[in-house]
Write a protein that binds this ligand. Structure first.
Ligand SMILES: [Zn+2]
Length: 394
């Protein structure tokens, strides 16, 4: 029997990966169209489709007739028992996004008043409990879990997160232990990098995207997206760049860092001070402080909002000029601010204000960009090596 192009398991897996990726990004496709794109003969496709169907990854059914003759057979992604979970652990929010292998949303869990535990073991247990909740609510089993948090992942699933006091924490091993037998594929990234993979309503398919995350630390995630390729986000911290004219000591040991004028705790405390509210405890949420300021000191809140917009525009300008991205998205606590902030920011983000023409700047509409982005990264893990990943999940 002729099995052209199917001499090894690697090639088989690569073909299955390519088909999965096309079906995820483009929706149902005809068997003959897929064969053509992969450079396979019709008979070469037969065993591949059979294996995918047997594993429950695809369904094949007759499509819409094209003129005369039999309607083409269309393959669509199914995997009805599987889901991908994207977990976001932040100082001001904890939650997860659940999606099917074809990228469609299956809902999520939102613990907006929770915070990432500083104890690594408890953080790992929280991920496991979010994953279990996601599985229960979707009625599917998780084949991959992506986790994003305010820290830097290293090889071997170890994480440094100075804002949490974490140094070389074996987070992936802790999560695997918390999940028990046969854990799904795990991937850890930082929030800013994850958000570059999140949904983008700008239709910028193959452009360089940068995301600035305003949180306990300032993160910059950048991602070059090529059509059909697996996007690989990377990130750098930008919190320790010197802010002109400031000398406040930073937790990094230097002084005058961006983190000392734009960190989550700093702006929350500042808002309290400026609006004459009681000094906050460390657990006070910015959203609660904003609600209180809106009620008690609207004029002071307005002035503070304008001033914050000036500082944030400075950061955006710096990223626009140094990274030269096509799109910049902003996430984190800035999404909790009101319309006045957005108007003030827009006024400052002009070519005259140093933003090059053609750079689109967007405030994340909903604050789900990072958890959806890390779900995409986890899905890519499955799509890149489907037989290996799905094999371990069983
Ligand atoms: Zn610093």
């Amino acid at each position: 029997m002729s099995r052209r192009g199917l001499s090894g398991a690697d090639i088989r897996e690569r073909n299955i990966a390519a088909i999965l990726r096309i079906l995820r990004t483009e929706g149902p496709r005809s068997r003959s169209g897929l064969a053509q794109r992969l450079g396979l003969s019709r008979s070469g496709m037969t065993p591949i489709v059979a294996e995918m169907a047997e594993r429950g990854l695809v369904r094949e059914q007759a499509g819409v007739p094209l003129g005369r003759g039999r309607p083409p057979l269309m393959l669509s992604l199914t995997a009805d028992e599987l889901c991908i979970v994207g977990v976001e652990l932040r100082r001001d929010r904890v939650g997860c996004h659940v999606e099917a292998l074809d990228g469609s949303s299956l809902g999520g869990v939102d613990l907006s008043q929770e915070s990432i535990p500083e104890e690594p073991l408890r953080a790992a247990q929280l991920v496991a409990s979010l994953a279990r909740q996601a599985e229960q609510e979707s009625g599917r089993s998780a084949v991959a879990i992506g986790i994003c948090l305010p820290g830097t992942p290293h090889d071997g699933g170890r994480v440094d997160a100075p804002v949490l006091g974490w140094h070389d924490v074996p987070l992936v091993a802790l999560i695997e232990e918390a999940l028990g037998d046969a854990p799904p594929a795990l991937l850890v990234t930082d929030i800013a990098a994850a958000a570059t993979l999140g949904p983008d309503d700008t239709g910028s398919e193959d452009r360089l995207r940068a995301h600035i995350q305003f949180g306990p630390g300032l993160g910059l995630g950048i991602c070059e997206i090529h059509p059909g390729a697996s996007p690989r986000p990377e990130s750098r911290g930008i919190g320790h760049i010197a802010w002109p004219g400031t000398t406040s000591p930073c937790w990094c040991g230097a002084s005058g860092c961006l983190d000392t004028v734009l960190g989550l705790h700093v702006v929350t405390e500042e808002l309290h001070r400026r609006t004459g509210m009681a000094a906050p405890g460390p657990a006070v949420q910015l959203s609660a402080a904003l609600a209180e300021a809106r009620r008690a000191a609207p004029a002071e809140l307005g002035a503070w909002t304008d001033e914050l917009a000036t500082r944030i525009a400075w950061v955006v300008r710096m990223v626009a000029q140094f990274e030269e991205p096509d799109v910049i998205t902003l996430g984190g606590y800035v999404t909790a601010l009101d319309d006045r902030f957005e108007r003030a920011l827009r006024e400052r983000l002009t070519p005259a204000g140093g933003i090059p023409d053609g750079v689109a700047v967007h405030l994340s509409r909903n604050d789900d960009a990072a958890m959806r982005g890390v779900a995409t990264a986890a899905a890519n893990l499955v799509l890149d090596t489907p037989l290996t990943t799905l094999g371990t999940a069983r």
